[in-house]
Design a protein around this ligand. Structure first.
Ligand code: SF4
Length: 203
């Protein structure tokens, strides 16, 4: 089995300059420890592209939190389109599935593909995503998708498993330090409803 974090460490230890990296970010808390890990090795631009998030006011809240953090850290960013219809069209066969299902694989693919295309068009040298910092996200799928897109668009994918070496724990610490809003569900409706149901059952 591939040790994604070891591969990642090999890559960054062999970098001579700071290549341009387009980093897809799902939210400010997840980006915090990833940015800390990458900022000495890459010239980073963050791409916030998350049409999976509902409702729209929650999307806006996460976007604002992300932008505020990046402005504080003086990191450049690009905001993707909130095309929730496109997201639902792509998920139409698996709309009701929950977190960890194949729906998530399609959801990662949608967001990472948009990142790879943008990275290629804007002449970045690498692209990757913050998604693997979460223990709920499947690092095998994320890296498989990354390599598929690398081949298809001829742009380097930065292999990663950002939760490793206390990456997730560090995101919790930094979120506290920066006073970041941490959502209690990933993004889509079934997962939001399940979390609310669990909360009600424990009352
Ligand atoms: S749980 Fe998260 S990753 Fe999975 S489909 Fe829903 S929004 Fe996408």
């Amino acid at each position: 089995m591939v040790d994604y974090n070891l591969e990642f460490e090999n890559i960054i230890s062999n970098l001579f300059n700071k290549p341009k990296l387009l980093l897809h970010s799902c939210c400010a808390p997840c980006s915090s420890s990833v940015l800390e890990k990458l900022c000495n090795h890459f010239e980073i631009t963050v791409f916030f592209y998350n049409p999976n998030i509902v409702p729209f006011d929650e999307y806006e809240r996460r976007l604002k939190e992300q932008v505020d953090l990046l402005e504080k850290l003086k990191i450049s960013y690009i905001i993707g389109e909130y095309d929730n219809k496109k997201y639902h069209d792509e998920m139409k066969d698996c709309e009701n599935l929950g977190e960890g299902s194949l729906k998530c694989k399609k959801c990662y693919f949608l967001r990472m593909k948009e990142t790879a295309i943008l990275a290629k068009n804007l002449k970045f040298e690498y692209f990757t995503t913050t998604l693997s910092v979460s223990p709920h996200k499947n690092a095998n799928w994320i890296n498989e998708i990354g390599f598929e897109l690398q081949k298809e668009y001829n742009i380097n994918f930065l292999i990663s498993d950002f939760k490793k070496k206390n990456g997730y724990l560090r995101s919790l610490q930094l979120s506290k330090e920066y006073g970041l809003y941490r959502q209690n569900y990933c993004g889509c409706t079934p997962v939001k409803e399940k979390n609310e149901e669990n909360k009600n059952n424990t009352k």
